[in-house]
Design a protein around this ligand. Structure first.
Ligand SMILES: Nc1ncnc2c1ncn2[C@@H]1O[C@H](COP(=O)(O)OP(=O)(O)OP(=O)(O)O)[C@@H](O)[C@H]1O
Length: 489
């Protein structure tokens, strides 16, 4: 195992500036036996990567603190990752302030799920850009190295890599991403390259020393500063635009993530739109179905549905698959009396057209700029009365249907079922009773159907809710409208 370190040469150019010459020909590094690491996609990160940039000379102002990661200032691993994390960000602040060549901030994001549901410890974002997944240039993770391993464990490398994989998913046009894995004493760069739609190639650099023993910069530090001195495109970032035939859609920021898609605010034809981008090609059929249904629903010319501006779902091309919807809406927060009529009328027209939404719930209702309510996400919709397996919203189904799910039977989605689901979701939104939600990834639908059946056996039993449910059971759209509107009097 090679363990030599090269000292950097710091020359004082004049009394105002220092110049750090980074000597690439004689860099020191740790190297470790290759370890096989499984990432989120179950791939191995074992191929070695030579540090990909030429270490360059960097000028810095005299007396400025440059965040050298001095050995005796780094919190020990016994103090825990939290302190190491805080220390890392402080040193990065000093680095990004000290060097004119660096146009990034290194931001601590470990407390919130910036990348969909994932929380990397830090991200590298251009100084002028707001914090948004679309603007993340590189990601990083801080992990403690245990004496047992003497190296980042396979789990650590896999964990860090998964953030890079997620970033590639959220920035669908970028070709590659770098992930920094560090414990403040050493660092590793993980490179994830996308050569096809889901074909990722992984490489990692040998561990390089980041900490400084004697006030001079270590090789890993030079690498880190060099990385931060690259322009965003060199680090794999690309401006977020999508193309379909001769049309261009600019992605502005991410606004939501669903099970199958990431949704962005976009600009298309000088209008604000929502761009719904497929997370994985395994969901393509659901997207195609939504595309098909949206085309059908366009005939209704409804103020309470979205319009499909265009769709790009060609699996022969490697690029992102997406649909562009308008208008761009805001979140739906509370029910208003004037929402009842348009919602019921829209459902009636959709039912007459021969379809059931099947996923009627708060999250699939939005409000447009004119305060119209819009029913979105038609990916789970089905033809009326067609027996199918359960999908979509479970917690608001009628008790008999929940029983069918418990018994493993197919469900014939009728308009009555949809109206009961609507009533129950209004009930949940209005009263907000404590009701457990199915944790993401829990497929034990039968068990959850039992939980919800039991819940409804004890709720919405008052005479007014019984009347409302009766109207839904009889598909009495008009009766339902007036009963629900009376709730707001
Ligand atoms: N037109 C729009 N304007 C603003 N935000 C939107 C728009 N369309 C969708 N969104 C946002 O994106 C989120 C996800 O959208 P949608 O439900 O269509 O995706 P999905 O992947 O099919 O979700 P799931 O299958 O989990 O229900 C919505 O909850 C909403 O926050």
């Amino acid at each position: 195992m090679k363990r030599s370190f090269t000292e950097e040469m710091i020359k004082v150019i004049d009394d105002r500036f220092k110049k750090i010459n980074i000597d690439v020909s004689n860099f020191g590094w740790f190297s470790c036996p290759a370890t096989h690491t499984a990432t989120e996609k179950g791939r191995l990160v074992k191929d070695e990567l030579k540090f990909p940039f030429i270490l360059k000379s960097i000028t810095l102002r005299k007396n400025s603190r440059i965040g050298l990661f001095k050995k005796n200032t780094i919190p020990t691993s016994q103090r825990g990752e939290k302190f190491i994390q805080e220390y890392f960000i402080k040193e990065c602040d000093a680095i990004t302030r000290a060097f004119d060549e660096i146009h990034y901030n290194v931001l601590d994001v470990h407390k919130f799920p910036l990348l969909d549901t994932r929380k990397p410890d830090f991200v590298i974002v251009s100084k002028q850009d707001p914090l948004d997944p679309l603007n993340v240039v590189a990601v990083g993770e801080i992990r403690v190295i245990t004496a047992k391993h003497g190296m980042f464990s396979n789990a650590d490398i896999g964990h860090a890599t998964s953030f890079g994989e997620k970033l590639l998913q959220l920035q669908p046009r970028r070709p590659f991403v770098y992930v920094v894995l560090t414990n403040c004493r050493v660092l590793m760069l993980i490179f994830i390259d996308r050569s096809g739609n889901s074909n990722l190639k992984y490489q990692r650099t040998p561990l390089a020393k980041l900490e400084s023993d004697n006030g001079s910069a270590a090789v890993g530090w030079k690498q880190f500063v060099t990385l931060l001195s690259q322009d965003p495109e060199t680090l794999g970032w690309v401006p977020s635009t999508l193309h379909h035939e001769d049309k261009e859609i600019k992605l502005v920021r991410s606004i939501g993530t669903g099970r199958t898609s990431v949704v962005y605010e976009g600009m298309y034809d000088n209008n604000k739109v929502a761009v719904k981008m497929l997370k994985d090609t395994k969901f393509i059929e659901q997207f195609r179905w939504e595309d098909y249904i949206m085309e059908k629903l366009a005939n209704l010319n409804s103020q309470n549905l979205l319009s499909m501006e265009l769709s790009h779902l060609d699996t022969n091309d490697d690029g992102p698959k997406f649909i562009v919807l308008s208008p761009l809406c805001k979140r739906f927060k509370t029910w208003r009396k004037e929402d009842i009529s348009p919602i019921i009328d829209t459902l009636r027209k959709v039912h007459e057209l021969g379809f059931i939404h099947r996923d009627f719930r708060k999250w699939n209702l939005l409000r447009d700029q004119d305060e119209n309510i819009r029913i979105v996400d038609w990916g789970f919709s089905v033809e009326v009365n067609k027996p199918v397996l359960f999908a979509g919203s479970l917690e608001t189904l009628p008790n008999e249907v929940l029983q069918d799910i418990i018994d493993g039977k197919k469900i014939k989605y009728t308009k009555e079922i949809e109206l009961i689901s609507m009533v129950r979701s209004i009930y949940l939104m209005v009263f907000r009773p404590p009701l457990e939600r199915i944790p993401f990834g829990d497929d034990d639908i039968k068990e959850w159907a039992k939980v919800y059946k039991e819940f409804w056996e004890g709720h919405s039993q008052s005479s007014i809710w019984s009347k409302i449910l009766d109207a839904a059971k009889q598909a009495d759209y008009d009766g339902l409208k007036s009963l629900l509107m009376n709730l707001f009097l």
